[in-house]
Write a protein that binds this ligand. Structure first.
Ligand SMILES: Cc1cc2nc3c(=O)[nH]c(=O)nc-3n(C[C@H](O)[C@H](O)[C@H](O)COP(=O)(O)O)c2cc1C
Length: 305
């Protein structure tokens, strides 16, 4: 046992270590629990939850790409009521902070989902997925519209005192402007990044490989983009950042922290090696020992020093 302190604070949200599992890659925790001791992780984030159950897109929903994958799942999920009745009892058995990720088609739906989930004490924080079409405003994604993001945060903030994390889209010119709005409207932290828009074609059928045509690109291919977005936010806005994008090993975690992340999330890697996140905790500890670091949180934004 070393006395390295691996704990991190994301504003008022305290984690035992910086390793979180990303939304959409571990279901509701149950899917990963056979491979990993959930109690060791920093936190887990649920698949995006909507007010009503959603079937998502027809197949093909996933395509492999060089150093990554495209997904167009279409936010398939059980909805908040079934989540509370059928998924929470399993999660209650674990001592791991649970973050509920919320997706919606209107501002009112974000608010209603948060309000319904807020009274469940197992849920320790909310992560708002703004990479969803705003049906009342021409279908433009909330996450691409700075006013819409501001409105979602201020309205959701009014119905919860739990830590409120906004998951930012990288498909914008200046992500830091969105992070600034999150701070102005009372959000506690941002997570960066969600997937990049991408597509792929079958050269024989000449048809898109994904039913939805476009999908979200994730995996190692996006890591440099994600790091640059984290760095931009860290330089411009004083708000805790959760780094996400292409994290494949403990070295990537360190890089994200140096660039400004307080914690990180692991997504695509869970499909390749679901035992990796737990292993990384020990590897981070070893890095701290060999680099004379007593507290891993000292790494956050250390590029500035
Ligand atoms: C199959 C799949 C499903 C996803 N579903 C969601 C989702 O429901 N909500 C969300 O906010 N992000 C979702 N994401 C995005 C991830 O949480 C993460 O932001 C992204 O994949 C980048 O991290 P990575 O490169 O480590 O995978 C999904 C990603 C994948 C690969």
């Amino acid at each position: 046992m070393s006395d390295i302190d691996l704990s991190v604070n994301i504003g008022k949200f305290k984690l035992r270590n910086p390793i979180m599992l990303a939304s959409g890659t571990v279901g509701y925790g149950n899917e990963i629990s056979e491979f990993s001791d959930l109690n060791k992780l920093g936190a887990i984030v649920t698949k995006s939850l909507s007010l009503k159950p959603r079937k998502g897109n027809p197949p093909q929903r996933i395509v492999e790409t060089p150093s990554g994958m495209l997904n167009a799942i279409g936010l398939a999920n059980v909805g908040v009521d079934i989540f509370l009745k059928e998924k929470i009892p399993f999660l209650k058995k674990y001592d791991v902070p649970l973050v509920c990720n919320i997706a919606a088609s209107t501002v009112e739906e974000y608010v209603e989902c948060t309000r319904i989930l807020d009274s469940e004490e197992t849920i320790k924080a909310f992560e708002i997925n703004v990479s969803c079409p705003n049906v009342k405003d021409g279908g433009l994604q909330f996450g691409n519209d700075i006013k819409a993001v501001g409105l979602v945060i201020s309205k959701v903030r009014a119905v919860t005192n739990k830590p409120l994390i906004i998951k930012l889209s990288p498909n914008v010119s200046y992500i830091s402007e969105f992070a600034q709005v999150v701070k102005n409207e009372g959000g506690d932290a941002v997570s960066a990044i969600n997937t990049l828009v991408g597509t792929a074609f079958n050269i024989i059928t000449k048809k898109p490989k994904l039913y939805n045509v476009n999908g979200g690109l994730s995996g190692p291919a996006i890591k440099p983009v994600a790091l640059a977005k984290v760095l931009e936010i860290s330089r411009k806005v004083d708000i805790p950042i959760i780094g996400i994008g292409g994290i494949m090993n403990w070295k990537d975690v360190i890089e994200f922290m140096i660039a400004g992340a307080s914690a990180i999330q692991i997504g695509t890697l869970n499909f390749i090696d679901p035992t990796a996140p737990e292993r990384m905790i020990k590897e981070l500890e070893d890095y701290c020992v060999s680099n004379q670091l007593n507290k891993i949180s000292d790494l956050t934004a250390s590029y500035l020093i």
